[in-house]
Structure formats: C-alpha cells, structure tokens
Design a protein around this ligand. Structure first.
Ligand SMILES: C[S@@+](CC[C@H](N)C(=O)[O-])C[C@H]1O[C@@H](n2cnc3c(N)ncnc32)[C@H](O)[C@@H]1O
Length: 310
C-alpha cells in the first residue's frame, strides 16, 4: 500500500477508498495531508480524480510538491489550518477526509518536541509559526487549564500528582525539554509500574499536545465547514485516534443525521433536521493484519456520513 515503505502508512486506507469509490471519479478534499498517503491513494484510485489537500504543518509543503509534480493537473495543496476551512475557495467536494492528530513525521523529527525518545525543546506545535510552545504553556497555564489538559485531554487518572509537579517545577528548567519533562511526570507518579504498557508520561504528552495545538477546537469548527463544502450525496470520512476526537465526530454526525446526539438528548424527532445519512453505525476499525503492520492503526476509528442529495 502507498507510503508503507517509508514507514508512514496511511491508516484505514482501503476502507477510506471503499467509502469514496462510489463517488469516483470525483473531487476530494484531504484536510490532513501529512505524508500524503491518502491523497496519493485517491489520485491513483481513478485517473480522473482530483484532490485538494491541506496541512497546517509547514513541513508538509515540500512533501506535497512531490505529488504536485506527479499529478500537476489533478492535485493542489494549501498550507493552512483546517479550522479555517470556511475560507477555502474550492467547494462541492465528492468526499472530504480527516485523519486527525499528528503524523509519524512529527514524532520522528526529534527537534519538534513531540516525543521523549530524544531530548529536544518541549515545543509540540504542528505549526511552529503560530501559538506558543508547550513549555511556555506549562509555565503559564492556570490551575484549571492544567487540570483539564492532564485529566481530560490526557485521560490521565494520576492527574493530581502530575499537575502539582508541573506547578512546583515552574521557573526552573525541567519544563523546557522533552526528557526532563517526561522524567518529571514519571517521578510525580512514582515511577513506571511493572505491568504498565506505555511510559507514564505518554498520556500527559498527548494532553499537552492537544492543548498547544487547540486540536479539539479545530475539529469542532472544521466538521460543519467540511459538511457545507460537500456536494449533495458527498461523503465525509473522519479517522479519530482517541475518544475526545471520536466523541466530537460522533455527535456531529448524529446531529446531521437527525439522531439523538447523546444519551441525555431528548429532543423530539420532529425538531431534528435530517441532512445526512450515517453510513457507519459503529466505527470501522483496522483489521488484524493492519494492526500488526501498523501499531498506530490500533486506536483508529473511521466514521462516514453521506450528505443528502441536494
Ligand atoms: C495523521 S496525519 C495524516 C496522515 C495522512 N493521512 C497520510 O496518509 O500521510 C495528520 C496530519 O494532519 C495535520 N493536521 C492536524 N491538525 C490540523 C489542522 N487543524 N489543520 C491542518 N492540518 C492539520 C498534521 O500536521 C498532520 O500532518
């Protein structure tokens, strides 16, 4: 499959292609270009397919140039945040794809500060041209914000100890770098438990990354904008990697399909407008072979929505 040789295998690629194939040949928006695996697969899926791709990471532009060279008439790229999707000129897409989160490029480039495999400044910005680096966020966030980030975004049960350790470390050097911050979290929770599968700092890193990049806000804004940019009968596909992303997708999809958004949503049926059809009652997950080949796929959940014909 495309891209696998470089270690940046597009997740659930066959399943995405299958969802979009009924709209081939068509015009597709890949809102999270990354290494371009899904874009390439769509371009190769039909000789008349067109793809518009976006990524907020400036490092994605040079990767997109390779696809531009290979498919000059059919592929275009915008260096932008999908939170600004409304401003995109192109519209009437046959399909829009979101493959959320960070790419393996982010983890592999030590200098970006996403990973504690190597020492680097604790930055974690997908777009280093805007916002503030993670260390700055940790130095200045108020208590409630820190709790939200570690407890909610990091889904970290030991959040109290970690938040206290962050607050105590302010003004020193330990919040500045990936390794010293990972050590701080590990020490705060009393070290790694023997049966623990992931490093004790993994969840906290995830939470801080989500906050620094305002990831959930971007998804909330982008889904309705993407839906508006679909042609009648067009399909919206979203791949989530943790429950916070998936919850936003699930609720939005259910709302568009005229269904109760969650257990506490008791609005009567006639007050709900149905503008789409849910093609996935339950999310699609990676099969055994892909899970073995690509560990990142293990937490992936794909949901698909079809806009009603105009
Ligand atoms: C999981 S990767 C996508 C991988 C891609 N589908 C592939 O096949 O290589 C997610 C990409 O989306 C980008 N991204 C995340 N949030 C974004 C946002 N709000 N706006 C634009 N790009 C974003 C990241 O920079 C990253 O490159």
């Amino acid at each position: 499959m495309t891209g696998e040789g470089q270690g940046h295998a597009p997740v659930l690629c066959d399943e995405v292609l299958e969802a979009f194939a009924e709209r081939f040949p068509g015009r597709f928006l890949d809102a999270t270009f990354g290494g371009g695996g899904h874009s390439r697969a769509l371009l190769e899926g039909d000789p008349a397919n067109r793809v518009v791709a976006l990524d907020r990471d400036p490092a994605a532009s040079p990767r997109a140039e390779a696809l531009q060279a290979a498919f000059p008439e059919r592929f275009s790229f915008h260096d932008m945040n999908f939170a600004g999707l409304e401003q995109l000129e192109e519209a009437d897409f046959s399909g829009v794809l979101f493959d959320f989160g960070v790419s393996s490029f982010h983890f592999d480039e030590a200098g970006r500060g996403f990973s504690f495999r190597e020492d680097a400044p604790l930055d974690m910005r997908m777009n280093p041209r805007e916002g503030r680096p993670a260390w700055h966020f940790l130095e200045s966030a108020d208590h409630r914000e820190l709790v939200r980030v570690v407890r909610e975004y990091g889904e970290e049960p030991r959040w109290r100890k970690i938040v206290a350790a962050i607050e105590a470390a302010r003004g020193g050097s330990r919040l500045r770098r990936t390794l010293s911050f990972a050590e701080l979290v590990e020490t705060a929770v009393g070290g790694r438990r023997p049966q623990e599968r992931i490093h004790p700092a993994t969840r906290t890193f995830q939470g801080v990354r989500i906050a620094v990049n305002a990831e959930l806000e971007a998804i909330e804004t982008a889904l309705p904008a993407a839906f508006a940019k679909l042609a009648g009968g067009g399909r919206l596909a979203a791949i989530s990697f943790h429950s916070l992303e998936d919850r936003i997708v699930k609720r939005f999809f259910r709302r568009m399909a005229g269904k109760a958004e969650h257990a506490g949503d008791h609005r009567p049926e006639q007050l709900r407008a149905r503008r789409a059809r849910l093609l996935t009652r339950r999310p699609i997950e990676a099969g055994e072979a892909e899970r073995r080949r690509n560990p990142r796929s293990r937490s992936a959940k794909l949901r698909i929505l079809e806009k009603e014909a105009a």
